[in-house]
Design a protein around this ligand. Structure first.
Ligand code: SF4
Ligand code: SF4
Length: 644
């Protein structure tokens, strides 16, 4: 077993941020953890699931984020400590329930852990969860390093129980996915008992029924809880100051930007001029602590990712405090000193600091920068953002694209979030024409499919993954069927939540803890809803294209399930179904299709173009042996032999 559960109090271990968060949950004695996979949050639930049996926990990958919060809330209502995790976009999904939950309040400590992705390193937006803390009127905590990630998460449960409400603990990619030293604490070995007490007076938050009404009364109570949190934040050990008594500049920061800010002060050799106020409790702001530090300086630089959330809250507070502390000048995102978008780094913060200090700072000298740019331009290999070798999605989009092109009615595909989002790029034959949130491809298609009365006569197609089908695809399909919308929904079933690391979902026969579970069959569900359903293997493009074409012609909502397991799944990885070869004498090369069909158009990385011989070849190391390229080669030059 890992140090996550076995590590003893006082031991120092190297933990990824998400492991530190998971350990914090174990040290807090969490009983229930639920989440929906999404980078950069996934490893928290994965790590907890690994030790769940020893730790007497219940851990699940829920069908979506809203359900994850509901599952965790039930545990809290029954007096247990619970948490739920998700990426930033997940809080949007859960927000409907969350707005009710924060009014009804909680019982056992309950912590919401969203992991934001500044710079959208693995996302298609930079939306951030902090604004939800303000909308939900709940305390927001942000750890500045790995030790804090563990210790603060544990404290978040104590805070939740003190105010009887949900607490948000926000992480970011650089904290969740980087690693650092963490000193372990004690894991309690208790046996918490669940009991849902509900027979008390209706307004009794601890013994009555748990409801958000009467809203006026409960909202007042919620505000009192927030005030209580602010009082506790005034003395929080997670708010720290380092620097001179009267700094020339007060730098206020939090979360992952703490590390950049520390380094920037060092790079600018400015520790005698710049004070660093690191806030771990970022909403509501501890006003007395802020006032104390604002009195010491006239200039304030706020460093945070992504939007000016803290900066704007600080400005409002500073205006309220102005009679006591005087007028201050704020620098940050609104002044243009810190970029308004993207991830920060020490150079960006050092540049801002140096500008305010009137010093010059350049990350590298000019000669170095010119040389580095030349190296990148001339020497870095050009690589597409593309599907993996042997990826069934490439095969699926090959068929979808070709059928729509042959159909010649300007049919188009609405997409959503998954590996298959890459189909809006040339590597997916630029097939996707709309790309939005999980499940929204089918929802948007459902709308397009009703525009026939206004003259829209293009075939409407949506794509959605198997995990996404359960997450939010079903209601969209229900809508399309009920409203007789003319769409073809293609479910790209690669038998796992491929993009985030093969977490389980309701269509698989195993749950997060490794228990056997009933696997819900997607075609059966779609048929039960009333859709016409066909199932094909995308590695057989002829049959797939024939079937897809037939569905396109039919009216109403139809479903095509393209089922083929992900090339990187543990079951398949490293196992070739076919040995592949190209007959050089048969290959048409530059005369093939519209020139090198397999390497230039189909673009599987397992295929290479031999510039000397002017033929295609198979890269034995990269080829996954799926056999698909043999099916698309018009001359039969690519052959496949079943591996015994
Ligand atoms: S598709 Fe076949 S014929 Fe065309 S370039 Fe590739 S191997 Fe040669
Ligand atoms: S068999 Fe062909 S399509 Fe499949 S991984 Fe190998 S090169 Fe790519």
């Amino acid at each position: 077993m890992s140090q996550l559960y076995e590590g003893k109090k006082g031991e120092k271990v190297l933990f990824m941020g998400n492991q530190a968060i998971a350990r914090g949950a174990l040290e807090a004695g969490v009983s229930v953890a639920a989440g929906y996979p999404g980078t950069p949050s996934s490893e928290i639930i994965e790590n907890l699931a690994d030790v769940s049996k020893e730790a007497n926990m219940y851990v699940e990958w829920s069908a979506n984020e809203k359900i994850a919060v509901e599952v965790a809330a039930a545990a809290s209502f029954a007096g247990l400590r619970s948490m739920c995790t998700m990426k930033q976009n997940g809080v949007n999904v859960a927000s409907d329930f969350l707005l009710h939950l924060v009014l009804s309040g909680t019982r056992g400590g309950m912590v919401l852990v969203p992991c934001d992705d500044p710079g959208a390193l693995s996302s298609i937006n930079e939306g951030e969860a902090r604004h939800f803390a303000k909308l939900l009127e709940i305390p927001l905590l942000e750890a500045g390093d790995f030790q804090e990630a563990k210790d603060m998460l544990k404290w978040a449960f104590e805070l939740s129980e003190e105010i009887h409400n949900l607490v948000m603990f926000r992480s970011v990619t650089r904290l969740s996915h980087a690693s650092g030293s963490v000193e372990l604490g004690e894991i309690p070995h208790t046996e918490p008992q669940a009991k849902f007490v509900n027979n008390g007076f209706i307004l009794d938050p601890l013994e009555g029924p748990i409801v958000s009404a009467p809203v006026g009364y409960k909202h007042g109570l919620q505000q009192d809880k927030l005030k209580k949190a602010e009082e506790l934040f005034e003395e929080s050990p997670f708010n720290t100051y380092v620097g001179p008594e009267n700094p020339e500049i007060l730098l206020i920061t939090s979360s992952g930007a703490t590390l950049y800010s520390r380094e920037a002060i060092h790079l600018c050799n400015a520790k005698d001029k710049v004070g660093l106020l690191k806030l771990g409790t970022t909403f509501p702001l501890p006003s007395k602590l802020i006032a104390k530090h604002l009195k010491t300086t006239d200039k304030v630089l706020v460093v945070e990712e992504v939007l000016p959330f803290m900066e704007e809250n600080l400005k409002v507070l500073a205006q309220e405090l102005a009679p006591e502390v005087g007028q201050k000048t704020f620098y940050g995102k609104r002044s243009g000193n810190i970029p308004m978008t993207g991830e920060l780094n020490p150079d960006l913060v050092a540049t801002a600091l140096a500008t305010l200090l009137g010093d010059a700072y350049s990350p590298q000298d000019q000669e170095y920068q010119t040389k580095a740019a030349q190296q990148v331009f001339f020497n870095a290999p050009v690589r597409d953002l593309t599907f993996c070798p042997g990826c069934p999605h490439r095969a699926s989009f090959w068929s979808i694209h070709n059928v729509l092109a042959a159909d010649n009615r300007e049919g188009f595909v609405c997409g959503d979030i998954g590996c298959y989002s890459m189909a809006f790029l040339p590597s997916g034959f630029s097939t996707l024409k709309t790309l939005h949130a999980m499940g929204s491809g089918t929802g948007v298609a459902s709308g397009f499919g009703k525009l026939g009365q206004f003259g829209l006569d293009q075939p409407v197609v949506s794509v959605c993954g198997d995990s996404t089908f359960f997450h939010s695809g079903i209601p969209a399909l229900v809508n399309a069927i009920h409203h007789k919308s003319d769409i073809t929904m293609v479910i790209l079933d690669n038998s796992g939540t491929g993009m985030t690391g093969f977490q389980s979902h309701p269509g698989l026969p195993v749950d997060a803890q490794g228990n056997e579970s009933p696997a819900l069959d997607i075609p059966t569900i779609c048929r039960a809803l009333g859709a016409t359903v066909e199932v094909c293997d995308p590695f057989y493009p002829y049959k797939t294209q024939q079937t897809f074409h037939k569905l396109l012609e039919a009216p109403g909502a139809k479903v095509l399930v393209l089922r083929q397991i992900c090339a990187l799944s543990p079951e398949k990885k490293g196992k070739k179904q076919f040995e592949m070869s190209v007959d050089e004498d048969v290959c048409l090369g530059e005369n093939c299709g519209c020139n090198k069909l397999c390497t230039r158009v189909f673009r599987c990385p397992g295929l290479r173009w031999d510039e000397e011989k002017k033929v295609a070849t198979i890269d034995e190391v990269i080829c996954a042996g799926c056999g698909m390229c043999a099916a698309i080669c018009p001359s039969g030059a690519i052959t496949r032999k079943e591996v015994a």
